[in-house]
Design a protein around this ligand. Structure first.
Ligand code: AMP
Ligand code: GLY
Length: 416
């Protein structure tokens, strides 16, 4: 089986490793990939999406796995182009990927299907936004488009709302697009991942990420400074409620609206005092949740994705280890405001009791690894208890060093 994974980050490194460990022993390729990924998946000599499709056809790729979301909505859409070329794709069509790409689309979808979510108003200008907010602080402002995780601001007061509106609606930091003014919800967050195949689904191990840069959930929002995953993260009863009120109506809604979906769908939820509510959908696995979840996956993930992409959900092909998984991110100096590249990384080879996934690294010819991005590495440990997994992940992460390395010391320890 020849499998090509699209993406280049820590999530894709974890996905490629999990696919490589599948008993069906697929031959792996990655686009655009990274130096670390190229140790297990061959690079593809193309630059654009149309070239990639042509290359996959020529090289008889059996399965394309969408790791990263951007290609799902680029040009005609990765999955749409794969379908035309007759290549099974694990990842949804462009029209379905609007669930992530457009917050206006996803909000309307949620409301249409009676799925619990925060109330929101869509606006075009700063004046309309301020009118929609009124006196209601804190408020949540969401840019209606892909913004690399930076399009959402939880604003405690008018000054912070004004600053965000200036950046997004006046200076157009993310380009043209509308804005959602949303009610601010409270409660712990949880990330639920469903593998969806048309009208069927399988839920993977629940996870939670740590979005703020500093200990005790302080500092700016980041792409995620760490994650925990475990079946024990939420009760079976709560998972059941989430299935009934959120996952099933979503799957039915997609079918009812003829939005083709074969791939992972990520439900970003807030466990509010009124029950779980959807904060966002993402048409992919979470990053860094993927790095925490993948080590728990047993069985044949490659075959599972191939059969799923062909339209058959086969839950019997995989199962999930019990216990806990903790992923600790090592980020470069200045992250998330700036990223520093080119600092030598030492100690990766000293890590013995954890997995190391590369998010932003490069390898020099002499084998030396250097930083190349904001989030650099994820160190992931598994154990029976959360405390043991966290202790192990931090102990192993402490063996790795580079100039200005940042790591939250409470990942897996701070818990709701
Ligand atoms: P997103 O970029 O959509 O993942 O949102 C980033 C973060 O903003 C979420 O993980 C939440 O912590 C927060 N957030 C988004 N929507 C809301 C909301 N309605 N109420 C409170 N916090 C929110
Ligand atoms: N961990 C958040 C995300 O992947 O969007």
């Amino acid at each position: 089986m020849k499998v090509l994974v699209v993406g280049k980050g820590g999530r894709e490194h974890a996905l490629v490793r999990a696919l490589a460990e599948s008993p069906s022993e697929p031959e792996l390729f990655c686009f655009p990939g990274s130096d670390a990924i190229f140790a297990i998946a061959k690079p593809v000599p193309v630059k654009t999406l149309p070239q990639l499709i042509a290359w996959m056809e020529e090289n008889q790729i059996d399965l394309c796995v969408a790791g990263e979301e951007s290609y799902l909505v680029k040009d005609e859409g990765l999955a749409n182009l794969c379908e035309k070329a007759g290549i099974p794709c694990w990842g949804p069509h462009k029209q379905s990927a609007q669930l992530e790409a457009s917050k206006e689309f996803s909000k309307a979808f949620l409301l249409r299907h009676g799925i619990p979510t925060a109330k929101a108003t869509v606006v075009d200008t700063r004046e309309q936004a301020l009118a929609a907010i009124g006196e209601q602080y804190p408020t949540v402002l969401k840019f209606d488009g892909l913004a690399a995780g930076k399009g959402v601001a939880v604003c405690p007061d008018e000054a912070s709302a004004q600053a965000f509106l200036q950046e997004v609606l006046v200076q157009r930091r993310f380009g043209d697009g509308r804005l959602l003014v949303e009610d601010c919800l409270t409660g712990p967050e949880v990330s639920i991942f469903a593998a969806i195949v048309d009208d069927q689904y399988l839920i993977f191990t629940p996870a939670r990420d740590y979005k703020r840069a500093f200990d005790n959930d302080q500092g700016p929002n980041t792409g995620g400074m760490g994650a925990v995953a475990s079946r024990q993260l939420i009760s079976a009863e709560l998972l059941d409620t989430i299935k009934q009120q959120i996952v099933e109506p979503t799957v039915r809604g997609l079918r009812g609206e003829s939005l083709p979906y074969r791939g992972f769908l990520y439900f970003g939820l807030m466990l509010t005092p009124d029950g779980p509510k959807v904060i966002e959908y993402n048409c992919r696995f979470g990053d860094p949740e993927c790095q925490a979840v993948m080590p728990l996956v047993r069985g044949d993930l490659a075959q599972f994705c191939l059969d799923g992409a062909r339209g058959v959900l086969r839950p019997e092909l995989i199962d999930f280890s019990g216990g806990w998984s903790v992923a600790v991110i090592l980020a470069s100096a200045g992250y998330p405001e700036i990223t520093r590249n080119g600092d030598e990384i030492t100690g990766i080879d000293q890590v013995s009791a954890a997995r190391v996934y590369h998010a932003g690294t490069k390898q020099h010819k002499d084998g030396m690894w250097v930083t190349h991005g904001g989030r650099v590495l994820a160190v992931v440990a598994n154990a029976e208890t959360r405390e043991a997994a966290a202790a192990l992940a931090h102990r192993e992460a402490a063996k790795i060093d580079f100039t200005g390395s940042q790591r939250r010391s409470d990942i897996g320890i701070l818990h709701f």
